[in-house]
Design a protein around this ligand. Structure first.
Ligand SMILES: NC(=O)c1ccc[n+]([C@@H]2O[C@H](COP(=O)([O-])OP(=O)(O)OC[C@H]3O[C@@H](n4cnc5c(N)ncnc54)[C@H](O)[C@@H]3O)[C@@H](O)[C@H]2O)c1
Length: 258
């Protein structure tokens, strides 16, 4: 028996990065995956990759997780096609970096809209289905939601991701009477298309960050392993949890080993 057999999993952000990795992995675990992305063609390619492995996926769209009508239509098409919603894995996000004095307000507000409002809109649209099926929510936080950073100017990102972590706990509270679970996975630096232009780029302050991570490496999209566990029945008594997947980066103070 696969770990997510027959579960309907909604995953926004499946064009690339962790969203594509999650879609492939969830499908391999038996989930019926509903993908979506602003980059519709690339999300359809993810669907084709799943089909090639014998999995089941649907990709209505294009999906814009910052647009309430777009999200609602996407959720309803998924629920109609598969008869409900068991899992919402609110992965899609986009960020503009900058310090507190660097950016005009409109620019600052882009990141919370893409990374926080998007979670609220997606979960809100799916809520009645989650309640009907005693489903679960997975959110994606970040170590940026836990710590400040001397090297990375990420004011909006830190504010948005800290709020995602808090929002998840509130969703756990509101979902508990209906058997709906909500948990958050917070990655540290992860090598994806989105981060590749930043982390390893010449001259970027985060270049070489792996040297400062206790386990010595930047993560790969396999952070979805944590999500698979939290979405599965093995985690049926876990809600309101916050699981950090960062090689110990946010837990261990920097310093030379003796
Ligand atoms: N990569 C990292 O180092 C890192 C670290 C911590 C947290 N995260 C979080 O992980 C999640 C996934 O990030 P990733 O690294 O895979 O990034 P990514 O840029 O590789 O992928 C993000 C996906 O979301 C899609 N997307 C963005 N805005 C959208 C919108 N409005 N509507 C629909 N789709 C949209 C993009 O097109 C893309 O396919 C994000 O929430 C991100 O904040 C990433």
């Amino acid at each position: 028996m696969k770990r997510l057999e027959g579960k309907v999993a909604l995953i926004p952000g499946t064009a690339r990065g962790q969203g594509r990795a999650a879609a492939l992995r969830f499908a391999a675990e038996g989930a019926l995956v509903v993908g979506g992305d602003l980059r519709h063609e690339e999300a359809l390619e993810t669907q084709r990759l799943i089909a090639r492995e014998g999995g089941t996926a649907l990709t209505p769209g294009p999906l814009d997780v910052t647009d309430e009508d777009s999200v609602r239509a996407w959720v309803e098409e998924a629920a109609d096609a598969f008869g409900g919603v068991d899992i919402v894995y609110a992965d899609a996000g986009a960020v503009r970096f900058g310090g507190i004095g660097d950016r005009p307000y409109d620019d600052f507000s882009f990141t919370p809209r893409a990374e926080l409002d998007s979670v609220r809109l997606t979960v809100r649209a799916a809520w009645r289905h989650l309640v009907a099926g005693r489903g679960c929510v997975l959110t994606v936080g970040s170590t940026a939601g836990l710590t400040g950073s001397l090297t990375d100017r990420r004011t909006a990102r830190s504010a948005a991701k800290g709020a995602v972590i808090a929002l998840t706990r509130q969703l756990a509270a509101e979902g508990a009477p209906y058997g709906v679970r909500a948990n958050c996975v917070s990655p540290g630096p992860i090598d994806t298309e989105g981060s590749r232009t930043g982390l390893p780029a010449d001259g970027h302050p985060m270049r070489g960050i792996a040297r400062h991570i206790p386990l010595g490496r930047v993560g790969a999209p396999d952070v979805v392993s944590a999500a698979v566990f939290l979405a599965s029945d093995e985690a049926s008594c876990i809600t309101g949890a916050h699981l950090v997947v960062d090689g110990g980066w946010s837990a261990v103070l920097p310093g030379a080993t003796p």
